[in-house]
Design a protein around this ligand. Structure first.
Ligand code: SF4
Length: 268
């Protein structure tokens, strides 16, 4: 059991510019993520607490809503990505409600928001999202099977819960999509697994899938290798980096999505 160290910190900017496709600004209420997925790139990208196990430390930007209100009062144009680096609905959010406070402000200022999460805690905020045409929710699920996902996502809600959240959001009229990433060929990239993933998404009301393969990063590769030890025979990170694995996964996804009337988009 992880002993989570929580730090309350203040940020000087709530919504810095984002270079991610389709997003103008990035809102990340937390640094670090207690979901502690083995394949997570965030520690490589941010260099956050690289001498500690990923998921042991989370910083909560306790003043983020106050800062965001100030920034929105000057300019609320563009699309605000919520959770571009770490999960905005990780367990701490249940108590701190930083993401909820930011969403409420974005709605009040007539801004557009794109939420990305791996948690059904997002359903708590369905009251803010329904009847808000400017919001979309992406649910990150790379594998439909709970037991397989648990190998690399031991502290995130199981895929079954996430598909359930997608179904309730779409039934409430919220624009949803599936973030099918990262696909790890040796773990979750077989034809049957990809087909199950698309079918589960389709059954949850999803009509758009954004996808990506896992690609090696120094810290994440070490973590992933440890998590997969004894689970798969080959090194998933090597398989994931090969061009052949990518094109065969893309061919399967494209064919299944086309059959189900789902739009397929590559993440990058
Ligand atoms: S939920 Fe996202 S940010 Fe959190 S550990 Fe998993 S991949 Fe990283």
């Amino acid at each position: 059991m992880i002993q989570l160290e929580v730090r309350h910190v203040e940020c000087s900017v709530a919504a810095p510019p984002s270079r991610l496709p389709g997003l103008d600004r990035a809102v990340n209420p937390y640094r670090g993520c207690a979901h502690s997925c083995a394949y997570c790139y965030a520690q490589d990208v941010t260099r956050f607490e690289t001498d500690r196990p990923w998921g042991d430390v989370v910083e909560a930007k306790v003043n983020i809503a106050r800062r965001l209100k100030h920034e929105l009062s000057r300019d609320a144009k563009g699309v605000y990505g919520i959770g571009t680096v770490t999960d905005p609905y990780q367990p701490l959010e249940e108590k701190l409600e930083l993401t909820r406070s930011c969403l409420a402000l974005l709605r009040r200022f007539g801004a557009r928001a794109s939420v990305l999460t791996k948690s059904d805690l997002v359903l708590r905020d369905i009251d803010l999202m329904r009847d808000w045409p400017g919001v979309e929710v992406g649910m990150s699920i790379a594998c439909a099977d709970d037991a397989t996902a648990a190998v690399v996502e031991p502290h995130a809600p199981p895929p079954t819960n996430r598909f359930g959240a997608l179904a309730r959001l779409s039934a409430a009229g919220v624009d949803v999509y599936l973030m099918a990433a990262p696909i790890i060929p040796s773990l979750s990239g077989s034809r049957d697994q990809l087909e199950s993933l698309v079918d589960a998404a389709h059954g949850s009301g999803v009509r758009r899938i954004i996808w990506d393969m896992w690609s090696p990063k120094p810290i994440a590769s070490l973590r992933l290798r440890e998590a997969l030890d004894g689970v798969v025979a080959e090194l998933a990170e090597l398989a994931g980096s090969s061009r052949g694995a990518r094109s065969s996964a893309e061919a399967v996804l494209a064919s299944v999505c086309s059959d189900r009337g789902i739009q397929l988009v590559s993440a990058f």
